[in-house]
Design a protein around this ligand. Structure first.
Ligand code: SF4
Length: 511
């Protein structure tokens, strides 16, 4: 047997392009679990467990489907793969293009002694070429236009045929229905979690051991808690999460998707992104199942459209942009933000801000926070405080259970901290404490006062917000979407602005 297929850790689908291009008896499959990834990034413990356990489960699934699978655990990819090639007389290796371009670059650098055949990825609805053809037609790219094109192209939530097709319900977007502030005592349904099986337990032991070895070598502990680990690690479990979401959360998904509630880290969120990003679920498969559920169960259209927009719209858009913008995008820093990350980001809390510490503790426990916690607490703080965007992007990548380069570059650099100068978002998503007060329950328990702008009790999001606007006034005031906030800035007296900026400086100084 001379053909080898190397399946990477985020390609855990039997339908992935390389496996789908041949038959189980015509190739030998390789999966490599290499601890060298920790040399690049200190990942959240649960993220390592999720990826490696899902890989081990996928290897079993492939064996049951008749494939010959070699699962190698090694320190370095290069020596492990070269040894596999020699040992089995592999003459050609097929791989599906990984979503993160850094993976391909790293594999090319291994200089393996055989030809590598890269197959285009089929893990997304939009190929890179199709996205480029769409994007090339616009001076200014906007997600909403892309999303509508996706709805038409893949016939999702449409009625009518061909050019006459119209959005179901006569409206493309129900976002304005989906921004309700939390009501008193708001509680979401319990998510579906899983007990670790023997495979997962073995991976947990390995992660614990690697962590101890790192600490003995003088490195800091890996972030995040190892236990309890409750994520699904197989396609069967990912499908069960999808089914559970439809049964218990889909009909309530929309209205409170932007709400943030103490003690309710998941509310009605789908928790599907870790499984989509590993390849255990395909986005089109999920969309079709959701559409069918919408028809069978009379799900409110605003809820159905809201979750489909996340997958068909935002997820495809960020992936498409990542490849369209190219490698230089990762270095964007248009606002010249240079502040180092505060130590409490690494330590899972300790900032004294109730909103921030709540979100950091939730990430510590599961590697998860929902999109508004990410955007309007974490990234908003990074934007306002002028944290270095590359360091912040790397932090998101390491800490989140679903974090990858393609996800985080566009989400953090573009949407989160405006480091790309507006290539993705039409304005910086800067918000004072007032947004967090309105959309969360956090401020009630905070030692800061969300109504104060300066002084020792002032909410740091307030002082940093006005300081941010004052700092970037010349750069941002010509943006028509910022006109209103700059008018408000001008209403501040010089003394008040000076006091606010002094408070912001004092907040930043202990970093
Ligand atoms: Fe966050 Fe400010 Fe509210 Fe405290 S007062 S929870 S720092 S927004």
């Amino acid at each position: 047997m001379s053909l080898g297929i190397w399946v990477l850790g985020d390609q855990l689908s039997q339908a992935q392009a390389a496996l789908a291009s041949t038959q189980p008896d015509a190739a030998r499959v390789l999966l490599v679990e290499s601890s060298s990834v920790l040399g690049q990034r200190a990942y959240h413990r649960q993220k390592l467990v999720l990826v490696w356990s899902a890989m081990r489960h996928f290897a079993e699934e492939l064996r049951q489907a008749g494939w010959t699978v070699d699962y190698r655990i090694g320190e370095q990819f290069g020596t492990t793969v070269r040894d596999w090639i020699t040992c089995h007389g592999i003459e050609q290796v097929w791989l599906m293009e990984p979503a993160d371009r850094g993976f391909r670059d790293a594999i090319e650098r291994l200089t393996l002694p055989v030809k590598l055949n890269w197959l285009p990825s089929n893990a997304f609805l939009w190929s890179r070429e199709a996205f480029a053809a769409w994007a090339d037609g616009y001076r200014q790219l906007r997600m909403e236009l892309f999303y509508r094109e996706g709805r038409r192209r893949f016939a999702v939530l449409m009625e009518g045929e061909g050019a006459k097709a119209q959005p179901l319900g006569g409206q493309w977007n129900y976002d304005h229905d989906n921004r309700r502030a939390p009501t008193k005592g708001l509680r979401g349904p319990e998510p579906l979690w899983f007990e670790p099986d023997a495979i997962t337990q073995a991976v947990m032991e390995r992660v614990e051991q690697l962590d101890q070895e790192r600490q003995k070598a003088g490195l800091p502990p890996l972030p995040g808690r190892l236990v309890p680990f409750r994520w699904g690690v197989s396609r069967a479990q990912a499908l069960a999460v999808l089914e559970h979401f439809i049964d218990t959360r889909l009909a309530g998904f929309g209205p409170y998707q932007d709400a943030m509630v103490n003690g309710e880290p998941t509310l009605w969120h789908a928790l599907l992104s870790p499984y989509l990003n590993l390849g255990l679920l395909h986005p089109l498969e999920v969309i079709r199942v959701l559409e069918q559920a919408g028809r069978d169960r009379a799900v409110p259209l605003a809820c159905l459209e809201g979750v489909i927009r996340q997958i068909l719209g935002w997820r495809e858009y960020t992936h498409g942009l990542y490849h369209w913008f190219g490698p230089a995008y990762g270095e964007s820093n248009q606002l010249e933000a240079q502040a180092p990350l505060p130590a409490w980001l690494e330590h899972g809390g300790g900032s004294g801000m109730a909103c921030m510490d709540t979100v950091l503790q939730e990430i510590e426990q599961t590697g998860y926070a929902h999109h508004i916690q990410r955007l309007m607490v974490l990234a908003n703080y990074g934007l306002l405080a002028g944290l270095n965007p590359q360091a912040l992007t790397d932090w998101f990548h390491r800490q989140f259970i679903d974090g990858y380069d393609w996800v985080m570059q566009t989400n953090v650099l573009g949407m989160g901290v405006y480091a790309d100068g507006g290539r993705l978002a039409s304005k910086p998503y800067a918000a004072s404490g007032n947004y967090i007060r309105r959309m969360s329950t956090y401020c009630q328990d905070c030692r800061f006062d969300v109504k104060q702008r300066h002084g020792p009790k002032a909410c740091p999001f307030n002082s940093l917000y006005w300081d941010f606007l004052a700092r970037h006034r010349d750069r941002l005031r010509s943006n028509p979407r910022m006109a209103l906030v700059f008018k408000q800035l001008e209403k501040l007296t010089p003394d008040e602005l000076a006091a606010i900026r002094q408070t912001a400086a004092e907040h930043r100084s202990p970093m």
